[in-house]
Design a protein around this ligand. Structure first.
Ligand code: HMG
Length: 399
């Protein structure tokens, strides 16, 4: 009798984004820019904008909640929170999420940081832990608010969302291979000093470093595993803005011979992998995994047993190229309808409402609960600050 080899990877994947968004047409009209610079030049349509009652904790709790309802929480040994929009220099944002979700006290909680890369670092550590402890699971949540200064080139690449993933043995969605290619280099392409609310970014340079790191991680992966582009059904890359995926594919195609029809096929698959990102914008740590959900949920072709290549990039920089195989019955474990209805139920902001939300964000760092604005109820709410303690609540009728 042959025993099936144990696999480890992502068992469930869910995203949550803000209740409001702004169409990039609004930004284009305001700045006198041709909207096609955004729609075609960046391949972005909309950006998610957080209100004063949303932050990385509420976004994260909402992303985890669907998964928590379906699995045995007593088996979750760790909650790993990946973010670069942290709310505290000391306490992990994950501790708040742990309480809001009612996770057991026997669960470790940690926060991970390395720009957009840290969810991948958490994922790799989690898969190693589960290989050693196959009966146990780990919840990873990547949650970020990508917020740039207004009236800058980067403004059109804002967004916000959280992606939650449950890591387990014999995962339903994606088994992850242990070999991967990594690359790190001390570069100043994007960073946010402690005293600043928005990052400093050298936009064009950051795109070059992203592509160079893609090449280096691919070569590192090839050195270890001898993979070829033709071994893969498709690719998902970190999505700071959706056009970057196509630039990434071009760089990959420059590294080895690929037929024109295969290039066309991979490019059209990438259209499916950016569906959600185009309507949400950058969400830093969550962005690669949002793209993965987008591909799994929007590609009409059956991807069971197909092999994927995933590229994770975090400015500064650390990057990783890793590989994975889609589960046989993956479609039965997605939240496609819930994700579609959450996007459809968002409220559009006009430009002046957007500026109020954008500028109000800084105020939320010290906003008292009595200053809280009247907004429609949500599952998890940030209620302001009292004695420098952040206050959160759960709306039981919505979760
Ligand atoms: P920009 O100066 O607005 O852009 O900055 P541009 O003038 O180069 O135009 C963008 C594209 O639109 C170009 O296409 C134009 O040709 C095209 P490309 O040549 O690149 O293919 N275009 C038009 N297309 C159609 N119709 C038109 C039109 N006009 C122009 N009328 C930039 C763009 C991305 C640099 C800026 O938005 C920015 O700084 N964004 C933030 C940084 C960023 O996203 N970097 C990505 C790599 S770094 C990364 O991924 C890490 C990150 O996620 C953070 C982390 O790790 O924590 C950011």
């Amino acid at each position: 009798m042959t025993t099936k080899k144990q696999t480890v990877g992502i068992d469930r994947l869910s995203f949550n984004t803000t209740a409001h968004y702004m169409d990039l047409q609004e930004l284009a009209t305001q700045s006198g820019t041709d909207v096609n610079k955004y729609y075609q030049g960046l391949r972005q349509r909309k950006m998610a904008i957080p209100s004063m009652i949303e932050d990385v904790v509420t976004l994260a709790a909402g992303a985890c909640q669907r998964i928590v309802k379906e699995v045995d929480v007593e088996k979750i040994d760790m909650l790993l929170f990946a973010t670069e929009s942290g709310i505290d220099q000391s306490k992990s944002a994950g501790i708040y999420v742990h309480r809001l979700l009612g996770l057991p006290n026997t669960c470790r909680v940690l926060e991970f940081k390395q720009a957009c890369y840290s969810a991948t670092g958490a994922l790799q550590l989690a898969t190693n832990y589960v290989r050693q402890n196959p009966g146990r699971t780990i919840m990873i949540v990547a949650s970020d608010i990508a917020r740039y200064k207004r009236n800058t080139a980067a403004e059109a690449t804002q967004g916000a969302a959280a992606v939650a993933m449950l890591v387990s043995a014999n995962p339903k969605l994606l088994s992850i291979d242990s070999a991967s290619g990594f690359y790190s280099n001390d570069v100043m392409d994007f960073w946010r000093p402690n005293h600043m609310h928005e990052p400093i970014v050298d936009g064009k340079y950051s795109c070059e470093v992203y592509l160079d790191a893609l090449e280096e991680t691919w070569k590192s992966l090839k050195d270890k595993t001898n993979v070829k582009i033709s071994d893969f059904y498709g690719f998902c890359f970190h999505v700071p803005f959706s056009k970057m995926i196509f630039k990434g594919l071009e760089r990959l195609f420059s590294l080895e011979p690929v037929t024109w029809s295969e290039r066309a096929r991979l490019n059209s698959l990438a259209d499916k992998a950016i569906e959600y990102n185009q309507d949400i914008g950058n969400c830093y740590t969550a962005s690669l995994y949002l793209s993965l959900i987008s591909l799994l949920e929007n590609n009409p072709e059956n991807m069971a047993a197909k092999r994927l290549g995933l590229y994770s990039y975090g400015s500064g920089c650390t990057a990783e190229f890793f590989t994975a195989t889609v589960g046989d019955n993956y479609r039965n474990y997605l939240y496609t309808d819930e994700h579609a209805s959450s996007l459809a139920s968002r409220t559009a902001l006009n430009y002046s409402q957007y500026t109020a939300f954008h500028d109000g964000f800084v105020k939320t760092q010290t906003m008292s609960s009595s200053e809280n604005v009247a907004l429609p109820p949500s599952s998890y709410t940030f209620n302001g600050v009292s004695d420098d303690k952040r206050l959160y609540s759960v709306n039981d009728s919505l979760v």
